[in-house]
Design a protein around this ligand. Structure first.
Ligand code: TRP
Length: 342
């Protein structure tokens, strides 16, 4: 998973802490709810987060920044809030552990310890520091300028007293996220020493390209450039076959002679993110680059992998009940083995 190269910050520190005490770390990730259905680019960091939770068996907090999307995207407050709940279902359909997972919407959860940490954080960031990090201008609304503490607050465990108690600054936080979130956490890591808190560790996944090519971004305005979790098997096949940018040669004959250009081939790149079997991946890479495998075959393998991921996802989402979703949002203490100890 995520085999195309990740960027890490202080991962070794977190792993050392985990080795010493497996109950001393937690995971934090999030989503800005700006669209109805998630696409693969949205889902991949969450699939990776799920993998980490299974491997480490540690608490996870998932922040839904409906406030952020209200401030940046011109959605109404109600729409941002509704999308947050809808997106949460898609995220939870991946199978996060209800005993270890807390999901929250900023506009509901803001207050108490969480808000105190926002304010503590805010006092340590000057406007010029925030502007240098995010590129704010005189035309940015002041809600945007004031938002970064909200995304930083979950890095401090005492923002979640129902999970970690009030005085657990010893917990270390690991954030799996897409690379575009780095400015938030660079700023957070700058401020942590001033708050006498551990810096969060990060695993950042590299940019996940749109179907149409490395430089294309998956966006709501072009639905053929992405595969959505709501797509039918037929739609997936059609999108991949018709739109996926190929690094193969113009004819089968040339392809056999020269091999494919993997550095430009989207089906290959997508398989790198999605194919679990590393040996198979390596085999495909060798055969494809040397001309023994043709673009059509690589595409059809990708179609199978996507159809399985999306099909499983749809089945699990259909089974998820509103009560189950409510449980993830509730501020009842979770039953971590160590919640009330230490
Ligand atoms: N800002 C992110 C977005 O627009 C949402 C987010 C909040 C997030 N906290 C996070 C993403 C932590 C990754 C990790 O999608």
């Amino acid at each position: 998973m995520l085999g195309t190269g990740e960027n890490c910050r202080d991962l070794d520190k977190l792993l050392d802490a985990y080795e010493q005490d497996p109950t001393s770390v937690y995971l934090y990730t999030g989503r800005g709810p700006s669209s109805e259905a998630l696409h693969m680019g949205h889902l991949i960091p969450f699939m990776f987060t799920k993998w980490l939770q299974d491997a480490f068996q540690v608490p996870l907090v998932i922040q839904l920044t409906d406030d952020e999307k209200y401030l940046w995207r011109g959605l109404s407050m109600e729409e941002a809030s509704r999308l947050a709940r809808e997106n949460a279902k898609d995220i939870l359909a991946l199978g996060f552990d209800p005993k270890l997972t807390f999901v929250f919407k900023d506009t509901d959860y803001m207050g108490g310890n969480f808000y105190k940490n926002c304010v503590r954080f805010a006092r340590n960031v000057t406007f010029s520091h925030a502007r240098n990090t995010f590129g704010f201008t005189n035309d940015s609304n002041i809600g945007q300028i004031g938002f970064p503490p909200v995304q930083a607050a979950p890095c401090f465990p005492d923002s979640f007293p129902h999970l970690f108690g009030n005085d657990k600054r010893g917990f270390r936080c690991l954030i799996p996220c897409a690379i575009d979130q780095d400015p938030y956490f660079r700023l957070t890591r700058d401020v942590c020493p001033k708050m006498k808190a551990h810096k969060p560790s990060l695993i950042e996944s590299t940019f996940f390209p749109g179907l149409k090519g490395e430089s294309s971004k998956m966006s709501a305005s072009d639905e053929n450039n992405a595969v959505y979790v709501t797509d039918s098997p037929k739609a997936i096949k059609k999108k991949v076959n018709k739109y996926a940018f190929s690094g193969g040669m113009d004819s089968a004959e040339e392809q056999r002679k020269h091999g494919a250009d993997l550095s430009r081939d989207i089906p290959w790149k997508w398989l790198n993110f999605m194919l679990d079997d590393d040996d198979e991946l390596e085999r495909i890479g060798e055969l494809y680059a040397s001309g023994q495998m043709l673009s059509g075959e690589v595409k059809s393998r990708l179609v199978e992998v996507l159809q399985a991921i999306v099909g499983n996802h749809q089945a699990r989402k259909a089974e998820l009940t509103e009560e189950e979703v409510d449980h993830f949002f509730s501020t009842q203490p979770r039953s971590f083995p160590y919640t009330n100890s230490a």
